[in-house]
Design a binder for this molecule. Sequence first.
Ligand code: SAH
Length: 357
Amino acid sequence: MNKVDLLSLEPGELEQVIVSMGEPKFRAKQLFSWMHKGVSPEEMRNLPVTLRTRIAENYRTNPVRIMEERISKLDGTRKFLYALDDGNLIEGVLMHYHYGNTLCISTQVGCKMGCRFCASTLEGCVRNLTAGEMLGQILCANRKLAETDGGHVGNVVLMGSGEPFDNYENVVRFLRLLHHPDGICIGMRSVSLSTCGLVPQMIAFAEENLPVTLSLSLHAPSDEIRRSLMPVARRYTMDEVLDACRNYVEKTGRRVIFEYALIHGINSLPEHARMLAGRLRKLQCHVNLIPLNDVPERGLKGVSEWEIDVFRSALEEAGISVTRRREMGDDIEGACGQLRRHYLKQDGDRMLTGEEQ
Ligand code: SAH
């Protein structure tokens, strides 16, 4: 039933497919560049009509389509609900910053990491996304942008549903395709990858020569608190995670960003800030404080503005570079996993009748 996904293929692999179809090699380069512009086979003007038809009938050039779009009245942030070929749903957020459009993409359907505060993981991980399904999210967003306000996605953050390093091979393939000069061509400096801290993959990734900004979901100043929030902390200690971060800084020359969601009664006191500063001393890094999106299912609550300020000042006084993440798209269920869950709970059947992209 499912057609072969050509968007996941590297140029050499695409060439093999084209040659196996009895076509000359140069068609592969043309096809690669058209696909990564997000056009359908019918629109690939310099390919012969017969080849376009064969591609449309037998292959997929974008395995993702937008099923629903919500636009925030507060800040123009857009939330997309995407449908995949097998009926699975994923989501993404497009944010407009002064430096351009940033798209937050998913790397898995659901997630199996089990972080207590995260909605994406509540139903577990259904499956990994292919590289083409990650690229497809960007192509869909680019198309929406072209149809409406113009412009295109300039920055990509791997911070949607899923743990990128739990889908390592496909994520690396995706990043190589993403910065290919004949493709979407986004530089690695415009990409952020967020991980809950899978140490072996962090070490391997530092050798890939893909110098993205690494964001590490730390969320705690000690092993004890981290273990109470994130099952992964039982596998790797904070020392191991921070050593892997140090290694990343040394290998890539890029500072690491630590994400820290402030959770009432758990990790948000000034003494926690001081403990955190102690752990991060001498590491080339930046801390991003995230106001928690409440997850009522898990009984976790965020903190007040005042408490965020106190925590932030305590870190600053200890010499740690810190910012507070802006909340965007609050009125459109902008946070991780919220929209998909809303659909799975209330309106699952609509995934079969969604609008064609
Ligand atoms: N699996 C990756 C990336 C996905 S989540 C990771 O763990 O980093 C992207 C970020 O959102 C992570 O820092 C995650 O910890 C955070 N996050 C998840 N649920 C949240 C919530 N309810 N409130 C605030 N941040 C949350």
